[in-house]
Ligand binder design. Structure first.
Ligand SMILES: [Ca+2]
Ligand SMILES: [Ca+2]
Ligand SMILES: [Ca+2]
Length: 124
């Protein structure tokens, strides 16, 4: 009986890529979904207390009934964009502008024209 050789794949630290984050600095950030208030982005400052003194950046300018958010590179240009699932309102997408305020001032675009009661949002 022939046995195939076992192959080992060695992964060195050099091959572990920095996590992609919304501002592409490798430090995980936070997006907060707010009901009837503008959603916010908090950028990790890289210190021991990563959000101490960090001012939230507005995601869009309208306070929707947000029940779900998702960070994904929806336009496949290498930066993370924000999907916003809103209850009884249109769901929105905000495209990352690749600045130090990656979503600030970005106008949201509707994902669909109907105003559904969205409670979860994802991609695939
Ligand atoms: Ca970051
Ligand atoms: Ca993108
Ligand atoms: Ca972009």
């Amino acid at each position: 009986m022939k046995t195939d050789p076992v192959e080992f794949i060695v992964i060195s630290a050099d091959h572990i890529r920095k996590a992609i984050t919304i501002d592409n600095d490798g430090r995980m950030d936070v997006i907060a979904g707010n009901y009837n208030q503008v959603n916010k982005l908090y950028l990790n400052n890289g210190r021991n207390d990563p959000f101490d003194g960090v001012v939230g950046q507005n995601i869009g300018s309208i306070g929707y009934h947000t029940l779900s958010l998702k960070l994904v590179d929806i336009d496949c240009d290498g930066d993370l964009d924000v999907l916003e699932g809103n209850a009884s309102q249109a769901n929105m997408v905000y495209l990352n502008n690749r600045t130090t305020t990656p979503i600030s001032g970005v106008t949201g675009m509707r994902i669909q024209e109907t105003e559904d009661n969205t409670i979860a949002i994802d991609t695939g």
